[in-house]
Design a protein around this ligand. Structure first.
Ligand SMILES: [Zn+2]
Length: 288
């Protein structure tokens, strides 16, 4: 089972412009683990609470037309936590990279979210050697690279290249392209696998004890909603960004990785809106 969360930039608030009830997760930053903290103030169709035994997270409904509480500034929130909880929040492997000087705190914790270990590895072009020298266990390194080289991920990379080339053609700067592709888009929509995980641990298995997600029924599940039509995909307007064919499911012992097919789809849609905005702006400029 996977659930999709909606996140956004710190201080921005999400308004439910759909016809169904969504839920916002509330985390008590003190004494919460990384598993929970990563979802602080995120929105989802519902959260399968508790995430783990002893989880203190709660969720509140965001009804159609309502605006949720603003997304949190993770950098600010985490800066206030004691050391042990900072480690728990970013994951042991990410923490090792920070301590070893391979990456900076801000490479892991952005105002809008906490990046996964694999994302950090990918964004910073870290090699297996870098990771090993930072003291990260070999099996963690191997799994991370296996996932980063999965067919699913290759499809996403190819997609990004297409988008980048199209943007370049529109005269967008390299810097801006990189930012859009690696930062904002990923920040807007996160597809997070949870529950019924394959037995392999998540990206940072050396993390301080995050009790496994117990396969118990989620008691706080919101009332079943009336059967809804699947949300209609926003039409992809630009010919430059077509959706790749559905990637094969990953090998059974590899945890699903961001970006997934739906992530790509969302990213493409979001990206197309971004391109449209640039085009509109250019049009206005030429007119005036
Ligand atoms: Zn919790």
């Amino acid at each position: 089972m996977a659930f999709r969360t909606i996140t956004g930039e710190a201080g921005q608030a999400w308004t439910n412009d759909t016809s169904r009830v969504y839920w916002q997760l509330h985390v008590q930053f003190k004494n919460s683990c990384g598993l929970c903290i990563q979802y602080a103030n995120a929105i989802a169709p519902y959260f399968p609470l508790p995430f783990h035994p002893g989880c203190n997270c709660t969720q509140t409904p965001v009804r159609p037309g309502q605006t949720a509480k603003p997304f949190v500034d993770f950098q600010a929130e985490l800066a206030q936590l004691p050391h042990s909880q900072q480690v728990a929040a970013v994951g042991a492997s990410n923490w090792r990279l920070i301590e070893a000087g391979k990456v900076e705190w801000k490479d892991v914790v952005t105002p809008g979210r906490i990046r996964t270990f694999r994302e950090v590895v990918r964004r910073n072009d870290l090699t297996a050697d870098d990771l090993k020298r930072a003291g990260i266990r070999k099996d963690v390194v191997d799994r991370a690279f296996a996932a980063l080289n999965s067919p699913e991920n290759e499809a996403a990379k190819a997609q990004q290249k297409t988008i980048a080339a199209a943007l370049k053609g529109l005269g967008v700067s390299d810097d801006r392209i990189k930012r859009e592709l690696t930062g904002n888009l990923a920040g807007r929509v996160l597809v997070t696998p949870i529950g019924n995980r394959p037995p392999s641990p998540p990206a940072a298995p050396a993390a301080p004890p995050v009790p496994p997600v117990a396969p118990q029924p989620a008691p706080v599940r919101p009332k079943p909603l009336a059967p809804q039509a699947k949300p209609q995909p926003v039409p992809v307007r630009l010919p430059v960004a077509t959706l790749p064919e559905k990637p094969k499911p990953p090998a059974p012992n590899i945890a699903p990785v961001v970006p997934s097919a739906s992530w790509i789809k969302r990213a493409v849609e979001s990206f197309n809106r971004f391109v449209e905005a640039i085009r509109a702006k250019a049009k206005r400029k030429t007119r005036s």
